[in-house]
Design a protein around this ligand. Sequence first.
Ligand SMILES: [Fe+2]
Ligand SMILES: [Fe+2]
Length: 256
Amino acid sequence: MRVLHIGDVVGSPGRQGLRETMPQLRERYAPDLVIVNGENSAGGMGITERTANDLFGAGTDVITTGNHVYRHREAYDFLEETDRVIRPANYPQGNPGRGHTVVEVDGMRVRVVNLSGGVGLRVARSPFDTIDSILGHHEQDAVIVDFHAEVTSEKVAMGWHLDGRAAAVLGTHTHVPTADGRVLPGGTAFISDVGMTGSRTSVLGVKPEQALRSLITQMPTRFETAEEDVWVMGAVVDVNDRGLADSFEQVMLPAQ
Ligand SMILES: [Fe+2]
Ligand SMILES: [Fe+2]
């Protein structure tokens, strides 16, 4: 089974870039399961039912999110209803949505889990405790974790924590791809961050001049989603019937 995991899709340029590049991605990688982080899919921050459906329409099977998931109030009911959009499992239990879901792929029950890092981001519980509890209470044939976290140390640690227990631990949130992608010795594909799907002429998806103005003047600044030079970034993982990874490949392509 081959999994394609796409990093944070930023705004309509990111959604359009993914939609238009998906045929090429399908031809090149022939994924059986497509997981997309959609936390920035609505106007560069947050997600709505409409942007989620846009991502599903592009061929996404499961959408993961992160710290921006609750930006749009209108999405709360949708997050409760759908089992194809997940939010970090270590958020407060009563919050809208669920932290993991199971999809049937090639006869395998694949559990997709979304976790948030606890360093520099607000969480209710440790991501390490939370994933141990999920794995201890559920059965599945393979586990894919989208670890939405700020610092590389916590991300690398999660890779080792789950090595041999998850097929993949794939980092998101920083929007910057890292060069440490590989399969760990126990059989878990790992990368600190797969990067984002959005404009490269940007600061993490925001128009450079606005991000610069904010940083230089320290005054309130309106942020708009950058549109030029959209790239699709992610990772491809081959998962064997033991639920572990046979290979890892980084994806970085200019959108078509
Ligand atoms: Fe993001
Ligand atoms: Fe994030």
